[in-house]
Design a protein around this ligand. Sequence first.
Ligand SMILES: [Fe+2]
Ligand SMILES: [Fe+2]
Length: 193
Amino acid sequence: MKYIHKSLEEKKEECIRLLRSTNRPHIDDLISFISHMGYFVAPGSYKHHRFKGGLVSHSLETYYEAMALREQKMKEGFSPDSMPEESVIISSLMHDLCKADAIRFSEELRKVCRVKKTHGHSSRSVRKVREAKFRLTEDEKNAILWHMGGEHIYKDKQKRIEFFHNNPLSDIIRKADGKSIGKSKMRHHKSMV
Ligand SMILES: [Fe+2]
Ligand SMILES: [Fe+2]
């Protein structure tokens, strides 16, 4: 079944199944932490996936896109070890975590409402994962920190290009995030969210 046709409950189950499949220490602590934050009901953003459950929908879509990009990278000669599947799961599903308790979709107003600040959300997402006592690898931390393109880290465009060339996990997460956002906007255009 295509991801977009899955119910919110099915998306939640899939997200939990994927996270558990990593077998990483404290993964259950992370699942219960994100659940309490509101990860499974929060919208994805003000601009895309603007519906209840949009965050988990966007995160899963980012995961599927990232796995497809990983295949492409391997065909280009990148080693699978430079972007392990468990790291693709963790970084895709956690890259926007800080939005889980920062925005809500109001059914009554039919719009996304701010609960907390979302500015600097990539570094806040890393901090939130740490709060759950879960340890990110250096590559996973970078993939989350750089998913917006890294302009807040390096002003120099050439340095950013080099970073993404040398960090395939960060590169596929950034591109997958962009693809998911683009698809959501296209669906919204056709009124399919
Ligand atoms: Fe983001
Ligand atoms: Fe995102």
